[in-house]
Design a protein around this ligand. Sequence first.
Ligand code: HEC
Length: 127
Amino acid sequence: MILKKWFAAVLVTALVLQVACYYDNEEELYPDGGQPNTCDTASVTYSATIQPLLQSKCYVCHSQAAALGNIVVEGYANARQYALSGQLYGSINQSSGYLPMPQGGGKLPACDIAKVKKWVDDGAPNN
Ligand code: HEC
């Protein structure tokens, strides 16, 4: 009888621990590698979001000075042109029919892609 109780207690503890460990799984909570699984696209603007993103990921090849493939995404008017043509989003989302960008680099984080999509869907405003 005592043994049975003890056994039951161990079983319950084991189950509780198993459940606790399951829900503490870091990769499940933070699939983007440590970043909380939230992406705020509500406050996306060209100046605060898009321009810095393009500068850090794309200007190395697509600035006025570099212009690889004859493509420049530096400056609002240039970025807007590729936004409205669909090429900006298509290339970073690596949609079929577009050359995957950034070339030779890993795909941008999903949140960055979502922010670009928001800006493009808003009509690529100069804000
Ligand atoms: C290492 C250099 C490099 C980087 C970094 C890079 N690109 Fe490119 N990109 C190229 C080259 C080269 C081409 C032209 C390839 C060709 O025509 O074969 C190109 C083409 C493009 C095109 C035309 C694609 C199409 O299918 O019409 C777009 C749009 C573009 N890049 C956007 C970007 C954006 C946005 C970024 C940043 C997220 C970026 N690129 C980062 C080198 C780069």
